[in-house]
Write a protein that binds this ligand. Sequence first.
Ligand SMILES: [Ca+2]
Ligand SMILES: [Ca+2]
Ligand SMILES: [Ca+2]
Length: 653
Amino acid sequence: MLKKLLFASAMVIFATALQAQTIIWEENFEGGTTLPAGWIQQTAATDGGWKVGTAAALSSSSFPIPNNASGNILATNDDGCNCNKMNDIVILPMFDLSAYADTSLYLTYDIFFGKLCYQGITEGLDAYASEDNGATWTTLKPLKGRPSWIKPSGFDVSDYAGKDSILLALRYSDGGGWLYGAAVDNFKLVIPDNTLKASLNGVALRRYIDAIPTYFEYSTFWTGGEMFITGSVNNPGFQTITSFDLLINDGGFNTDTVNFTGLNIPFDEGHELAIPYTVKQGANDLSITLVNINGGSDNDPADNDGEASVTGVTPVTGRKVVLEEATGTWCQWCPRGAVMLDYMAESYPETVIPIAVHNGDPMKVTAYDTPFSQLIGGSYPKVAVDRVHIGDPLEFEDFYIDRMTDEPTIVINQNVDYDESTRKITVTSYVKFLEEMNGDFGIAVVYTENDVTGTTSTYGQVNAYSGGCNGEMGGYENLPATVPAASMVYNHVARNIVGTFTGNASAVPDENPAESIISFESSYTHPVSFDVTEMHAVTLFIDKASGDIVNAEQTAIPNLFVGTNDPNEIVSVSMFPNPVQDAATIKMHLKESSDVQMRIMDAYGKVSIERNYSNISGEQRLPFQVGNLASGAYLLSVTAKGQTVTKPFVIVR
Ligand SMILES: [Ca+2]
Ligand SMILES: [Ca+2]
Ligand SMILES: [Ca+2]
């Protein structure tokens, strides 16, 4: 059996023992291993449908029924037979309820039913009633799925009080698929007590990610960010809950009251909570108390409290965070990585550097894939965040927040030059040490490309989210089990890594004083098939001892033309000699007569010299005096008619 038991959540269900109720009828299946007298079943299943036996005897590998501390139970198991359980109906003995006119009546039972999904089909279990000996049936309730035995569950059958021949039935359906099953025990027909019971369960502070969409619990989040107080208010009693208040105390200072009215929460049902909460700086320790239930108190306040906490933080400046995603078109859960990487890149465009490192597919870059696969332990999907944190794609943001609270020790700037005729990309990476840093460091330059498509079948993405059984995943739930190549577009694809996975060691001296700047030039000639307008160059500065990415920078290629005007306004800009000792000549060629601004900036964009020229055209040679500028890396920036060209150069004395 390949199926796995998948339970969406492990919400704790509290069900207190019923007290003071009157039992009219009950059945515990302890009288033998056949259906008790008066019970009827209808089935097309080859295994006989609903059967009486021990939990162990009625279990199978993917439908293991937990022991419910009883001898026999009643169960139907589609997993074990893989047979037709479209209509597995079991009918309880006929009830004469004529003596109970105007009396509240409930049918209760213990139940183990997951309402699971497999291969796009969800199993169902519904309750029915008939007043005409089974000629016609009324649907009473679709029973919900939960991950463990619920003792008891049930529903209101007061509509049939006073009537003399009532049939109640459960219908299991496999929906035509190969599903799991359902188990029940300890049926009771009761006159309920009138005790008001309520409980507050599973309280947590969660972040809603609409790309998936799901709530996730975070221990740390942005100050001022929106989270939600989640959990549920459940009703383990027979008196319907119609209103309640939640008192939300933020650590002893302020208490907010949130009112809930107009509710209808019957026995064994709950109300899901999602109360917006704006995170404050530092510790947010919330106490939540359920009060004023139906305008008063319930029987037991002990289960009416919950706690949730998160720490509010603010991001540092100067840090970029590298998100490397281990992925492959063969990997059925990897759509999760792609969805989360896009989500992060869109959420934090200024600070996230996304890189999808492909494995075992046509986008694989061996020099990147082999060491990265080793780093993540060879299981997919996986992610690394600055290679400091390794985990599931769902942990991207959590890891990112941690990195963004760590003050950078270096900052990186880079200049990217592109020669269209040769397709050669030259990157000059400038690293400025904010503190003294001595050790073994390396620089690697990664090239990524967006909007990558392919036509061969190996560009098709295997997709475990197809059919929706495994929840929503950014739309992948609506796509086929293998999304064909023609429908796939891959983003952030790593195309090349220059300087090895851990970086070129000779690029960085062993000793680097505070405020010193180094530069490292590397180049890469991309294949004709790559679309350079969708490419980025990424400089990684790596601590070779720990393997961590210390900081990084990303620039689009080509970045020569920043303005919005005709990109051919400035035909060329160059400076010679480079490096410059005392004086140099800046040569530029302008297509038309225009005003020109020339600026000399340090590697971090600080302008040292600015000159403006009116109405110049054609080929120009402008003298440049170094003056009192310090040795180091600089950028020459020339702007004409909104178009800017930058060139790196170095002053050496
Ligand atoms: Ca039993
Ligand atoms: Ca079946
Ligand atoms: Ca309570």
